[in-house]
Design a protein. Structure first.
Lengths: 475, 631
């Protein structure tokens, strides 16, 4: 958006609260054929121009808006990363009402991640979950009639996010960040005391001392970043396979989780012939849900292919939702499924809990190893809350399940830790140059604020977007 | 019904630092104003330390001055010693501090008040605030006199039900043996004002003739003359020294042995005291391992022998105070002229106030200074000035003047008080200011004079000084940017002589000045640059040397303003916004913030709640638009 446009919009009383340009992968993560990286915000075009090259050497700006342009994404050193189709939508004629650029890339996770990282490097920041939708709403792209639904959804998601944050507080990452933040705060407090009480008997902070603390904290955070599982967790997600014999209600479970009709649900066994992948965000960790075709021996060739893929999805998954029919005795097929998933972390989901129970959760629990055994009804939604709680406990509650040691859980946290690191780098340079306390403090406080935001400690007024609840990114 | 004696547009209760600034501002802005004080002999009383300024406080004084207030001018004239503190820690935290002649300060302020047009000064004990239908209409004095008012500014300092505690003795009293205002509290409560109880304290005063100066370290003032006010001429002044000495084990033992006699520990003190201004008892209890505590001996005036003992505030019995003081080097034979004491007093919970300092539920009632739970002369004066300005603006039907956190320490101070409240006497500190690098004491005039002029408090002299400085700084920056040096022998010889690295390629003068070791003065001498007034050279230097950091903070301010500029409707029903957390809804309902930014600073209001408000505002806006379009 140009300055002129901005001021015009101001006069109209429109919302222009956002000045950052955000970017995210706006398609489901995983192995889709096409992946889309979406940029939104005043700098969207500028960021895109830094990465995108057309064969004729023209810039995106020279093509008419809202038209697909072929080209490729270049790395900072000029190497091609991927062939893409780019489209620029000028404000306000876009989904968010802001300037938007989308890159349609090949769906491989690696290429998407690289392109996303390049947009960060070029001046965009990671989008918060739901941020595209929020901007769309604020910019009048969502009808007033839908406003209440948006608001309610924000509130519900905020609450969930707060609960999640509270849970994270107890986690190892929070403890680790708190430790570094405390070290930094000790230094800040010491310097501030010297500033505000110059005549009191306070030992001066030496540049050497300050430099040591800054270097130590920075190194600690950098290690955290390098060990970050965020690469896998955020950009690849936690792969979950939904398995079960045909018609046990796997797709219904997926739909209930996504609260929308994505997979085709029909009472005919074997409707899902392929593996359908969906993502669901849980406190910033995308859950990659693979709804598999039923696992059974079949003569149908197409279905047989589906079964093979199901087994492959099961193999790739880190967590398995093993679906059984609570209203029926275990069949041979059920036992096959249970055996196939026995070595995996799994939730055994006793679907159709609205019908008379034949299976008993306790007995299943006693006989089949599982993280959780949960009665559930895709029809009524009963058991959804327990399922979400169990998922959250699995992801955040039990240390060492997802990784050894401390890991950064989502893009927001990673962006904040990176911001802290960059502030510390500047603080380090300021200290090395013996700049005065008042300058050094600007960087130190920035770093501390960023770290505080990770563990939800300091509520900085300017960090208004901090905990915007979990919308599906880019939807 | 008693007869109204007289009617004023503004009545100010209390003629301390807040009351005086409030009354002067209101009168200068055209309001017929009454300044009521319970003692005409104690205007602008400094009942504690004989100094004005210091970190953050010096910033406040300069801001008050830039806005046309009085404190800086009086402090310059009554100054006994001026020092610029923190010079090694960066320009943003440079802090000017003046030791002051208390009696002369009082005389100067009394004279200014008496000479001020439209301002009447009366000795009155105000007993009652008269409120009708949620609106203040006047006050009643102890004498039975009734005075009508459109606005009342409460600046009651530590006098509201003031009680002095000295050892085992407790009696109703204001500071320095003045009367306490016993009845006003009840009247305020009856009107619906919520009060809290705070405590503060002051150390003993010693006879200068009884001290052994050879055993103490002398603390002289700065040689270079400096002033708080941008109007005061920079003339050398005759300065008096202060003295530094330390407590020791003997001192500590006496204090410890008598702790049970201290008002602080025997339950006689009711109020909450400030952590940053602890009594010697508290210091020894809280920092038991510290072997010695420093104290400064400071003159109280040119024509008095009383010396203030900074750092030794105490509410131990008088004889114990004398006993421990006499263990201190230099004070072995000291004579105590006044004992230190603690004082309890009523003050408002500032969360009841709008950022204009007007009470939210009593129209026309403003409050400023210690009656808002702050501490310090400067904090009081700053609030007084704003309360006076806003009372006058209200009477003229103008919107209030609200300084933002990115504009002034005054903005930070008032925003903190009315947004976060305070559970101890609130003191300004530079670390409370997020945009400290922008809010420097050297640029208070550049930041605020224009605003002061628009408000109507800045006279022509001040305004032309300001514009002259601004223009000179701009010219100096342009001049520097236009000078390029070639990397020849002459240039490099000069640089080496200045202790700076030689250059291999051409360099711009601005770039050179960015170097830490080079000052304008040094470059001017070496490269025959025009001589600049010191304050102009200083601004140019800071602009250049701090450029990167200033840009950083300006960016932060941009983000901050996005929310700050979004005002919340006064009639917003927070309880009806079901998406807010219940804690947030309750706090928002109570505090009723002015802007989204203020809302976000309330404890218990999360960023998610702010987002809910943001979206709610958008829904309201569109609904309204639909309605309008529909008509």
């Amino acid at each position: 958006m140009t300055e002129k446009e901005k001021s015009r919009r101001n006069e109209k009383g429109d919302n222009i609260i956002e000045q950052d340009t955000i970017s995210a992968v706006s398609t489901a993560l995983g192995q889709g054929a096409v992946g889309i990286v979406r940029l939104s915000g005043p700098q969207a075009l500028a960021v895109a121009e830094k990465l995108f090259r057309t064969p004729g050497g023209k810039t995106l700006q020279n093509f008419p808006p809202r038209r697909l342009t072929y080209g490729h994404i270049e790395d900072t050193d000029g190497t091609a990363v991927d062939e893409v189709l780019a489209v620029y939508m000028a404000a306000p004629r876009s989904y968010t009402g802001e300037a938007v650029v989308e890159f349609q890339c090949h769906g491989g996770t690696e290429a998407l991640r690289k392109i996303l990282a390049l947009t960060y490097g070029a001046g965009a920041r990671p989008a918060e979950p739901g941020e595209f939708t929020k901007r769309a709403f604020l910019n009048g792209r969502i009808e007033l009639t839908q406003a209440e639904a948006v608001l309610a959804s924000i509130a519900a998601r905020s609450e969930a996010a707060l609960k999640m944050a509270a849970r994270q507080q107890k986690g190892e990452l929070a403890a680790c960040i708190r430790k570094w933040r405390q070290k930094l705060l000790d230094l800040i407090v010491h310097m501030e005391a010297c500033i505000d009480y110059p005549e009191d008997d306070i030992e001066a902070v030496t540049y050497r001392q300050a430099g040591r603390v800054v270097a130590e904290v920075k190194q600690g955070l950098e290690e955290l970043l390098s060990r970050a599982r965020s690469g896998r967790l955020v950009q690849e997600g936690l792969p979950i396979a939904i398995v079960g014999r045909p018609n046990v209600g796997k797709s219904s479970l997926l739909n209930a989780l996504l609260r929308e009709e994505r997979a085709i649900v029909s009472p005919i066994a074997g409707t899902t012939r392929d593996t359908i992948r969906e993502q669901l965000l849980l406190a910033g960790v995308p859950l990659l849900l693979a709804d598999t075709a039923g696992i059974r021996t079949t003569g149908d060739k197409v279905e047989q292919l589906g079964v093979e893929r199901s087994l492959a999805a099961l193999e790739q998954a880190q967590l398995v939702f093993c679906v059984l029919d609570i209203a029926r005795e275990l069949s041979a097929e059920d036992r096959e499924v249970l055996a196939a998933s026995a070595a995996k972390d799994r939730f055994i989901i006793l679907n159709k809990a609205d019908l008379p129970h034949v299976l008993k959760a306790d007995e299943i629990k006693a006989r089949c190893p599982a993280v959780a055994v949960l009665p559930f009804s895709a029809t009524t939604g009963a058991g959804m809350e327990a399922l979400e709680q169990a998922l959250a406990a699995y992801v955040f509650g039990q240390e060492g399940r997802l990784s050894e040691g401390v890991y950064i859980q989502n893009g927001r946290q990673e962006a904040l830790v990176r911001r802290a690191c960059s502030s510390l780098r500047e603080a380090g340079a300021a200290i090395a140059a013996s700049l005065p306390y008042d300058c050094i403090e600007v960087d130190l406080r920035e770093a501390a604020a960023a770290l505080g935001a990770v563990s939800g400690q300091a509520v900085q007024a300017e960090v208004i977007d901090e905990i915007f609840a979990r919308f599906c990114v880019g939807k | 019904m008693k007869k109204i004696q007289d009617h004023y547009e503004v009545i100010v209760i209390g003629a301390g630092h807040a009351g005086i600034e409030a009354a002067l501002a209101a009168a200068r802005l055209g309001c017929r104003t009454l300044l009521a004080t319970l003692s005409l002999d104690n205007l602008a009383l400094m009942p504690c330390n004989p100094s004005i300024g210091g970190p953050a406080k010096g910033h406040l004084v300069r801001e008050i001055d830039a806005l046309g207030g009085q404190m800086g001018l009086a402090a310059d004239k009554a100054c006994l010693q001026m020092r610029l503190l923190n010079t090694g820690k960066g320009h943003a935290v440079h802090a000017l501090r003046g030791q002051e002649d208390k009696a002369f300060y009082h005389t100067l302020m009394k004279e200014t008040v008496e000479e001020q047009e439209r301002l009447e000064l009366k000795q009155l004990m105000i007993d009652r605030l008269i409120v009708e239908q949620g609106r203040v209409v006047g006050v009643e004095a102890e004498s039975g006199e009734l005075f009508g008012a459109d606005c009342v500014i409460l600046a009651s300092g530590t006098y509201l039900r003031g009680a002095v505690i000295c050892g085992q003795v407790r009696y109703e009293c204001g500071p320095n043996g003045l009367r306490s205002a016993r009845k006003l509290s009840a009247s305020l409560q009856e009107a619906g004002v919520l009060l809290q109880r705070f405590k503060t304290g002051t150390p003993a005063r010693l006879d200068a003739k009884s001290l052994d100066y050879a055993k103490m370290q002398i603390q002289e003032g700065d040689e270079e003359p400096r002033n708080f006010s941008f109007l005061s001429p920079a003339l050398p002044r005759q300065q008096l020294p202060c003295w530094l000495t330390y407590t020791n084990e003997k001192t500590h033992k006496i204090v410890r042995d008598n702790l049970h006699l201290s008002g602080l520990f025997n339950g006689m003190v009711e109020g909450v005291g400030p952590r940053y201004c602890p009594s010697i008892e508290s210091k020894l209890v809280r920092f038991a391992s510290k072997e010695r505590h420093q104290l400064f001996i400071e003159p109280e005036g040119r024509h008095t022998r009383e010396m203030y003992v900074q750092g030794m505030s105490s509410s131990l019995p008088a004889q114990v105070q004398l006993e421990f003081l006499q263990t201190i080097p230099g004070l072995e034979h000291c004579r105590m002229m006044r004992a230190g004491y603690a004082i309890d007093y009523d003050c408002l919970d500032p969360l009841q106030l709008r950022p204009s300092l007007e009470h939210k539920s009593i129209e026309g009632l403003f409050s400023a200074g210690q009656s808002n739970g702050s501490s310090g002369y400067e904090e009081a004066a700053a609030q007084g000035l704003m309360a006076g300005i806003n009372a006058a603006r209200k009477l003229k039907g103008l919107p209030p003047c609200i300084l933002r956190r990115d504009q002034a320490y005054i903005g930070v101070l008032i925003d903190d008080l009315v947004t976060k409240g305070t559970d101890e006497p609130y003191r300004m500190m530079t670390s409370r200011a997020e945009y400290r690098l922008l809010l420097r004491q050297d640029n208070a005039d550049l930041r605020l004079t224009e605003l002061g002029q628009r408000l109507g408090l800045v006279d022509e002299e001040r305004y032309s000084l300001f514009t002259a400085k601004r223009t000179a700084v701009e010219r100096a920056l342009a001049m520097l940017a236009a000078i390029n040096l070639s990397p020849d022998e002459e240039t490099n010889a000069k640089l080496i002589a200045l202790g700076s690295a030689p250059v291999k390629s051409g360099i711009n003068m601005t770039e050179l000045l960015r170097r830490k070791e080079l000052s304008y003065q040094a470059l001017a001498a070496a490269f025959s640059l025009p001589s600049l007034a010191p304050e102009v050279a200083e601004q140019a230097e800071i602009d250049i040397k701090y450029e990167g950091y200033i840009a950083k903070q300006k960016k932060e301010v941009e983000r901050f303003l996005q929310l700050e500029d979004r005002l919340l409707p006064e009639d917003l029903d927070y309880k009806a916004i079901k998406e807010l957390s219940s804690e947030a809804a309750e706090k928002l309902e109570k505090i009723r913030p002015r802007s989204l930014g203020q809302a976000g600073r309330i404890s218990g209001v999360s960023p998610a709640d702010v987002n809910v408000l943001l979206l709610t505002l958008e829904v309201r806006r569109r609904r309204q638009k639909e309605r309008e379009d529909g008509v």
